[in-house]
Design a protein around this ligand. Structure first.
Ligand SMILES: *Cc1c(COP(=O)(O)O)cnc(C)c1O
Length: 377
């Protein structure tokens, strides 16, 4: 039965449907032997610029590098403060700390799981230089309010779009744009399980600012402007041609992939409508949700028991994320203690992400949702 191989993410099933196209793209890169900075990279870069409706895409080695490069492009000084969320993947604050900048964490909105603009406002000081909203699980943070704060206080906005590539955002004034192109810089990841996943690591940066785009591509290439002349310290951060060729093929299907995720999410939503013990993902009115994760809130302390129950029935379910970043061992130096971010801390005990990918079929969805509801009977 198909039930025996329900997966959190089914990369093999997705690949099988585009195998001929992907294999031929890979073969043509191998035949050309242009593995680094070949025509396949340029092609993908242009295609992604068109898809994102952004002036510049700077491809790089992974989503973590994309964040680091973005910060390196802003002429920041040690001790400058970057405001972000404690409820995200570690990469977001890791790069801030690595660069000698100061991550300033603020609590999230309990419905969307995204950074709460009211809390950003209270955390702004004379040393604040940037806000880094993370569009968590596939849905945008409140960019109307974040951009308004940034403008008032003259701050950069770097959107971590690793989990939300393709999500559309509707501003209150009617303007629309894609996640990652709304602020000054957007970053994304092509980690295989992301909505647009490569067959290895990859990442990209988005910006509409010509000067910044040039600077970022120089930093991503060792800080080299003219061959063997270095104008600043850089990184070696490249997207290789094989990954670019694979991503070119997959980009054509990204909207369909995101729709397939939305369809699975709608099935889940309907099935959980009558279950008062769990809250399905909240929909923020200004943002499309492309369901990088389908994350429930499980009430009354039953989350871990539900996870165990599902796992026993062959259904994977994951906790993203079990501990707020403010309480992580490696970031003790920031001086945060338990109780600093009560919403994040509570959410960490309630969240449970169900299988979410492009290949979920109705039989699997039925089995998963019936199992969840059975647990509460
Ligand atoms: C995956 C992810 C990253 C890092 O991307 P990598 O390509 O794995 O380096 C950064 N931020 C968020 C929110 C992510 O989910």
């Amino acid at each position: 039965m198909a039930m025996e191989n329900i997966q959190m993410v089914d990369l093999k099933g997705q690949y099988d449907k585009i195998k001929v196209e992907v294999n031929s793209a890979i073969q043509s890169v191998i035949d050309s032997s242009a593995f680094i900075k070949g025509p396949a990279l340029k092609k993908f870069q242009k295609e992604l610029e068109t898809y994102m409706a952004v002036k510049h895409v700077i491809p790089c080695a992974n989503g973590t590098d994309a964040l680091q490069l973005a910060l390196m492009g802003l002429n920041l000084k040690p001790g400058d403060e970057i405001i972000t969320s404690p409820f995200t993947f570690i990469a977001t604050i890791e790069v801030i700390q690595l660069l000698g900048l100061k991550p300033v964490l603020v609590d999230i909105d309990p419905d969307t799981f995204n950074i709460n603009p009211e809390n950003i406002k209270k955390a702004i000081t004379s040393r604040t230089k940037a806000i880094m909203p993370v569009h968590l699980f596939g849905q945008c943070a409140n960019m109307d309010k974040i951009l308004e704060l940034a403008e008032t206080h003259n701050l950069f906005v770097i959107e971590d779009t690793a989990q939300a590539i393709g999500a559309k955002y509707n501003f209150n004034n009617g303007r629309t744009g894609k996640a990652g192109t709304l602020g000054h810089i957007g970053t994304t990841s092509f980690f295989p399980s992301k909505n647009l996943g490569a067959f290895g690591d990859g990442g990209a940066i988005f910006t509409n600012d010509d000067e910044l785009a040039e600077k970022l591509s120089i930093i991503a290439n060792h800080g080299m402007k003219q061959q063997y002349y270095y104008e600043q310290v850089g990184l070696n951060s490249r997207l290789d041609s094989l990954q670019a060729a694979i991503l070119s093929v997959k980009l054509k299907y990204l909207d369909a992939y995101n729709k397939a995720r939305q369809k699975a999410a709608a099935y889940y939503d309907t099935a959980f409508q009558e279950n008062p013990q769990i809250s399905p993902p909240f929909r923020f009115k200004n943002s499309e949700h492309i369901f990088h994760q389908y994350t429930l809130k499980v009430k009354n302390g039953k989350r871990d028991a539900l996870k165990h129950f599902l796992n026993e029935k062959g259904i994977p379910a994951m906790i993203y994320y079990p501990v707020g970043l403010h309480l992580q061992e490696a970031y003790k130096n920031l001086g945060y203690v338990e109780g600093d971010f009560p919403i994040t801390e509570k959410i960490c005990t309630e969240v449970l992400s169900l299988p979410m990918h492009t290949e979920l079929d109705e039989l699997q969805l039925k089995y998963i949702t019936e199992s969840v509801n059975e647990f509460f009977k």
